[in-house]
Structures are given as C-alpha cells and as structure tokens.
Design a protein around this ligand. Structure first.
Ligand code: TEU
Ligand code: CA
Length: 558
C-alpha cells in the first residue's frame, strides 16, 4: 500500500452510518454486507477513506454509542467475518477504513460495568466514576441528572449521556491500558485509524464543580467540569506514545466545547496527540436561548468568521482542520445551510460543497450529501427513533410549555434523525435500502432524490462532488495554500483565496437566491481559469466584474 506520509491531508472521508446505509438481508437494518456491495459506488465517487459509526456489540440505546463488547460486531450489523471481508474489499479499491472509538463511556451492559456495580471492592468498580452523594447540578445530554444511583453499592455513577452510557474513569491506569488494547486489536486487523467520540470529555475536573444553567435547561452544564479537562492532553500523549505512533493511521477527535485555541494542543503536529478534531463552532451559530432546537438560520458573516478563525489557527500551529457541514448528529446540510426547494436544491448543495472542499483540511462527506439529500420532515413524534429527539419532545412539551406542534417543527429542522433516514439508492420501494421494513422511515422524496437518478444525470450533485474530490487530489494549493478571507462583511457572498508560491485559487460563492453584481480585485482580468462552477455558462477566465447567479459558486485558478 501507498505509504505517503500524512496521506490524510490529501484525503476525502465519507461517513457511513451503517444502520442506514444498505440492508443486505431484509431485516430493515443496514449492515456490513450491504456496505460491502456499495464499495464500488464509493470508489466511483472517488473518496479515500470511509468512517464507520460504531459497529460493535451494543444494546443500541444510543445507536451503537453504548458498547457492550469492543471486540464483537453487533449481530444486527453482521459478523467478524463480514467485517474482515468488507475491510479487504475496501482495501482492494485503495479505500481506507476508520472506526468510531467510543471510550468516554461504555454501555451499562458491558461486563466491566456489570462487575463494577456489584460492590465497592469489585476489581472493576474503579473503572467508572462513583460518588457517595450527588456532587453537582450536572444534567446529562439526553435528559435528567448525570448521576444515577445504584442500590447494591449505595453510590451514584456518572453518565454524561444516557443512563445506559456510564463514563469510564480515565484516572485509573488499568482503564487506559484496556483502551489501548482495544486500539491494538483493531489496528492489528489492519484498519486505518479512528474517529474518537467526545474525546475532549475524558478527563474530569476532580472538584466536580456545578455548571451554569444555560439554554433554559433543567440542569447545569457539565462542560465546564469535563471539556478539555486537566489531564486530557497527558492521556492522549500517552495513547499516542503507546499505540497510535506505531501505526500509519489517521485520527480525528470529536471535540465538543473546544475553541480553536483549545484545539491547538490536540492537533499541533509537534505535540503528537491527534491529527485533527471536529469542532462545533459553525454548528452552534443557529442556536438560540433554547440551544440547538431553534428556527434561526446561520448568518453568513458569522459563518465566515468561524471558518476563517479555524483555517488561520490550524495553519499557524501546524495542525489540521476537519471540514464538515453535517454528520449523524446534525440536520442535512442542504436544508440547514442551503436551500432545499426544488428550484435551488441541487445548485445550493453544489455551492456548499465548493465552499467546504476548497478549504484547507480534510473534508468529510456524510452519506447522502453527495445526492443533495434533505431533512426527513417527519410530522409525528412516533416517526422519531433518536433518544435525543424523544427527550427534547418530552422536555419542550412538558417542562418548557411548548406545544407539540411547535416542538415537532423544531425537530423537523434539527433532529439527529434527519441524518439517519435510510440512504436513497433508487426509486423502488424503500428507496432500495431494504426489502423489509426499515428501522426508521425513508424520506418521502426518495423518488426524485436517489443515487440511481444522480448517476444517470451528468449535472447531478454526485458528479460535482466527484470533481471536487478529484481536484483535491490533483491541485496542491487545495491542500497547502494559505487561506485568506476577502470581503468579510459581505452578508451574501463568501469569497476567499488559497495561495501558495506558484498558485492562487479564488473561491466565490453566492449564499442567496438573488443575482448579484460582484467586484473582486485580487486577480487580474483573464488571469485565472475556471476550475469548477455549478453554472455551465460561468466565464472561463476570471473577470473583476462578475454576475453571481443564485447560489452560484465559482473557483478560479491561476
Ligand atoms: O456526540 C457528542 C456530542 O457532543 C453530542 O452531544 C452532540 O453534540 C449532540 O448529539 C448534538 O445534538 C457523540 C456522537 O456523535 C453522538 O452520536 C453520541 O450520541 C454521543 O457522542 C454519545 O456517545
Ligand atoms: Ca440487515
């Protein structure tokens, strides 16, 4: 295999949510064998790496983010043989596989926790975090206190997420050694790296301080006492020294509540921790006093500010960016940041792809984004599956006094289930995802929006993404160039440069449905050639005076 150093800097990652990708045996749940059959499709798109959401044995309280055995495949997804075959098939195509590592917490069904809760002197008791009294006001991510009482031991254990997801005690060196063994197990199988779930939360402030009550929540926030805690960098450096540094892999840490400055020590190459992190700054721009579940749209000037800050700070520290518009926890990109109306859906999906893929960093495509898939728009609570959606519905209607109708509207815009509806393969029943009953409803628009239709249409989002990916592989300035924001105060147009000694790239993107007369002076008339645009009649060379079509995106290269 090609051992190009830092191959992940030139790679595009495709995120597969296994439960929703392709069902091979008609039980309604996507599985590894289904994924294996679709690797040629992903190869055609041209991606380099697949990130798989958790595939390990799990009671599925949080769709696999509650792991009961790190060395077994969840039976709904397949067997270890299926996994090995999938990995081999991917590698045959030169596609790498990275797995989700969820080690801030386990499932409460994990044998460690089953033992831990038996008694205080059980050898596994100290694998988790216990207190005799509830020490603070923290609320868990999926409702209720973060502290849960266990009769047998007369103590409370910590769970930042669901009750079924007890937090591991990283202070215990045995826990860390167990985690490193899990890493080795999968790396020895030949996988190519990890996405590390909420890795910024693993080290807790030993004072367990109260957190501020924000976003009209019932409890205090745990972030002040958990995010980027006192020993997190020590732990990651140890993990790197013991395991990561011994393999040619990529690592991306999920980093909730981490600013660009706080991200520096995780990603700065000289520190030997992680290659890059997923930040949430652009995900928080449309939050309001109730947090994520808000109708507000992102202001382009805010978006530019946040993206620019990360571009500049990661470059300055010799770190690296992860670039994403969406994932399994977020609304669909085109619904949230673009325009999903039939008139502009394809155009705006391509525009968003352009803006992201021309930046410095590793782009992540969430399954279906390459088709311009939209939010699900479920209209009743029974359609939702996600523990977060069900908790929000309860909390907003029962405690906050929202009507069911208003709450459903917020879920329609922001629920994680919007991203989790089945991949739309074709116009046949259930979008070709399953021959059974899908575990979550298929988006009604699958007859118009599906992979088969995209593959038959040369103007589809699919082929546009294929070209964006190819450009990253071919044009060095997309990887190396210095990023420079232009026209920061413009509320409608996002313009930036990427510059290296020999090459310049200018990216101009209209975020509105208006036609805009635009003036840019950073290139000479006729000085750059058109690299890509979502309008066929875009001028072939750069002109200082331009007419930007609705959601028009234009990249000039000179
Ligand atoms: O998400 C972590 C995280 O920060 C979540 O609170 C996220 O912000 C929220 O879902 C957005 O509404 C990770 C996983 O990506 C998520 O799927 C898991 O539920 C969570 O960790 C617990 O493992
Ligand atoms: Ca299945």
């Amino acid at each position: 295999m090609n051992k190009e150093k830092e191959w992940w800097k030139k790679s595009v990652v495709y995120q597969v949510y296994p439960k929703s990708f392709c069902d091979s045996n008609g039980d309604g749940i996507g599985d590894l064998n289904g994924l294996t059959t679709k690797i040629p499709y992903l190869n055609k798109l041209g991606i380099d790496v697949i990130w798989l959401n958790p595939i390990y044995q799990s009671p599925q309280v949080d769709n696999g983010y509650d792991i009961s055995d790190y060395r077994e495949i969840d039976p709904a997804l397949g067997t270890m043989e299926d996994f090995d075959r999938m990995l081999e098939e991917a590698h045959t195509y030169g596609i790498k596989i990275i797995l989700d590592l969820v080690v801030n917490h386990t499932s409460d069904q994990h044998v460690w926790f089953q033992e831990a809760k038996k008694s205080k002197d059980n050898p596994y008791h100290d694998y988790y975090i216990w207190k005799d009294e509830v020490p603070n006001n923290w609320g868990s991510s999926f409702g209720g206190s973060t502290w849960e009482y266990v009769e047998e031991v007369g103590q409370y254990y910590l769970h930042l997420f669901a009750k079924g997801q007890p937090d591991l005690n990283w202070e215990n060196p045995k826990v860390r050694e167990e985690v490193y063994e899990i890493l080795r197990f999968w790396l020895e199988k030949g996988i190519d790296g990890f996405r590390m779930d909420v890795i910024t939360l693993i080290s807790k402030d030993p004072a367990y301080p109260d957190g501020p009550v924000i976003q009209n929540k019932a409890y205090g926030s745990y972030y002040a006492g958990c995010a980027n805690g006192p020993r997190v960098h020590e732990f990651l450096q140890e993990m790197n020294r013991e395991v990561l540094s011994k393999y040619d892999i990529m690592t991306v840490g999920e980093a909730p509540h981490t600013s660009a400055d706080e991200a520096v020590p995780y990603t700065a190459a000289a520190r030997n921790e992680l290659n890059m992190v997923f930040h949430f700054d652009h995900m928080h721009l449309d939050y309001n006093e109730n947090g994520k579940y808000a109708k507000d749209r992102v202001k382009l000037t805010d978006l530019k500010k946040v993206m620019t800050e990360w571009q500049e700070k990661m470059q300055a520290c010799n770190g690296w960016n992860s670039l994403y518009w969406s994932n399994h926890d977020q609304a669909r990109a085109v619904t949230r940041f673009g325009n999903e109306s039939p008139e502009y859906r394809v155009r705006s999906a391509k525009m968003l792809g352009t803006v992201l893929h021309m930046m410095q960093g590793t782009p992540y495509i969430f399954e279906g984004e390459e088709l311009g898939m939209t939010n699900a728009f479920f209209d009743k609570i029974e359609d939702y599956r996600d523990i977060e959606a069900l908790d929000i519905f309860r909390d907003f209607t029962e405690r906050k006094g929202f009507t069911a109708k208003d709450t459903l509207e917020l879920l329609r815009l922001k629920s994680r289930d919007n991203a989790r509806t089945p991949m739309q393969w074709d116009a046949s029943e259930n979008a070709g995802f399953t021959e059974g009953t899908p575990w979550i409803a298929v988006n009604e628009n699958y007859k118009e929006i599906n992979a088969k239709a995209c593959l038959e249409d040369p103007d589809s989002v699919f082929y546009y993404y294929q070209k964006l990916i190819r450009l990253r592989h071919e044009i060095p300035v997309i990887t190396d160039g210095v990023y420079e924001l232009l026209d920061a105060e413009n509320e409608k147009v996002y313009t930036y440069l990427r510059k290296s000694e020999k090459e310049t790239l200018m990216v101009i993107a209209n975020f509105t449905e208006e036609e805009i007369t635009y003036q840019a002076d950073e290139m000479q008339d006729g000085g750059g050639r058109l690299l890509i645009s979502n309008y066929e009649d875009a001028p072939e060379t750069f002109h200082k005076q331009m007419t930007l079509k609705p959601y028009g995106a234009y990249v000039y290269y000179g």
